[in-house]
Design a protein around this ligand. Sequence first.
Ligand SMILES: Cc1cc2nc3c(=O)[nH]c(=O)nc-3n(C[C@H](O)[C@H](O)[C@H](O)COP(=O)(O)OP(=O)(O)OC[C@H]3O[C@@H](n4cnc5c(N)ncnc54)[C@H](O)[C@@H]3O)c2cc1C
Length: 420
Amino acid sequence: MTIRHNARVTSPTPHPNFPSPQHFPVVIVGAGPAGLTVGNILRAASVDCLVLEVETREFIEHRPRAGVIEEWAVRGLEQRGLAGNLLERAELHTQCEFRVGRQRHRFSYTELTGHHHFVYPQPLLVTDLVREYTDVRGGEIRFGVRDVRLHGLDTDRPSVSYVDPETGQREWVHCDFVAGCDGARGVTRTVLPPERARIARHDYGIGWLALLAEAPPSSDCVAFGIHPNGFAGHMPRSPEVTRYYLECPPGDDPENWSHERVWAELQERLGAADRPPLTEGRLIEKRVLDMHNYVVEPMVFGRLFLAGDAAHLTAPIAAKGMNLALHDAFLLGDGLVAHLTKGDARGLEGYSAACLGRVWDYQEFSQWLSDVYHGASSGDAYRAGTTLARLRRLFESPAAAAAFAEQYLGNSTTVQPETP
Ligand SMILES: Cc1cc2nc3c(=O)[nH]c(=O)nc-3n(C[C@H](O)[C@H](O)[C@H](O)COP(=O)(O)OP(=O)(O)OC[C@H]3O[C@@H](n4cnc5c(N)ncnc54)[C@H](O)[C@@H]3O)c2cc1C
């Protein structure tokens, strides 16, 4: 077996102006759920790797984002020894609720399928993954790096360079593979030549005001408010913190949303005749997300493999982005280990197609769900009518309910399309 965990090659006589290059089999750009999961899989197989991250450890361990993790993704983390805290501390969700015209409609997906969602805030997962990677599996991360650049991706000797935040010097790292896990605003996607990758985009033309409130959940499950004023979402995160969403114009200024306005709209859009008003609290996060998606095909260019939001963005409409990032990371981590330790390239060769099956499945579901959430507030009587028809079908047809539950939980089988 070729275990390359001591493969850092250092030039014996470094020039003082050109710091010594190093070699790692894999350089991972970005320490989000995707990059850290790939790193942990590599280290578990004693494959050496380096993670480069622009932010500090403190910052990434506190950045609030996702919460809903699908059961298959948790099992994937568990199989790789990465779900210890999650399994102890996550809450299990078995149903969700649609609120329309002050009426509540419960949807018990666990009753239908036997499966549930886990709710575990993303900062806790990232904290667990960083700790396991660095403290337990001996992986290396360089935080606060600047101006990451990729070189020679189309050759079998790629390299990555970055500016060291302390010395201000550009450092070079040679590698065999680069994992581009630097999210939606990273650099790795930008190096793909247009003739080698197709980027499909979709803009919903709406915004969501994403809020975190220091308030206990006001319902025991996720609640979706379908209202002529706009969509509203209630997502329990912990006994003390609840995530809320309010549909708003794209590009809206969060400062247009005072504490009073936020709570008045949430009470209105999520109000139910048989429930007390929502429990209000201090707003600890308030930002506007413009709802748009993209998919890069194929997710590979030479020795660069994209994973997670770097390769595809799914607006948080269906809470799918982190789940897709984990799916990519499992396949990429396993593929790299097979290649680097056994010379088996099949996982890497099939990587892009295997990821894109699930990616497009989730994209389609997000688009479907967006019509349900936003039809009533579109100002278009026709769309409002079809939204209500979809909801009625969901509540009245067992076949429609089963299909929805399967997609909501991410349990549908995935078709693997041809990459262009
Ligand atoms: C409000 C909100 C709620 C969400 N809710 C859910 C949910 O409930 N369920 C779900 O599945 N998904 C959800 N998502 C989506 C989820 O957060 C993302 O899909 C997930 O973070 C993607 O993980 P990633 O590792 O691909 O990217 P990221 O988490 O973005 O990680 C990328 C990392 O790369 C770093 N980086 C960026 N540029 C560079 C560079 N040039 N060099 C080096 N490092 C760089 C970044 O600092 C970051 O640490 C939500 C997103 C938002 C915004």
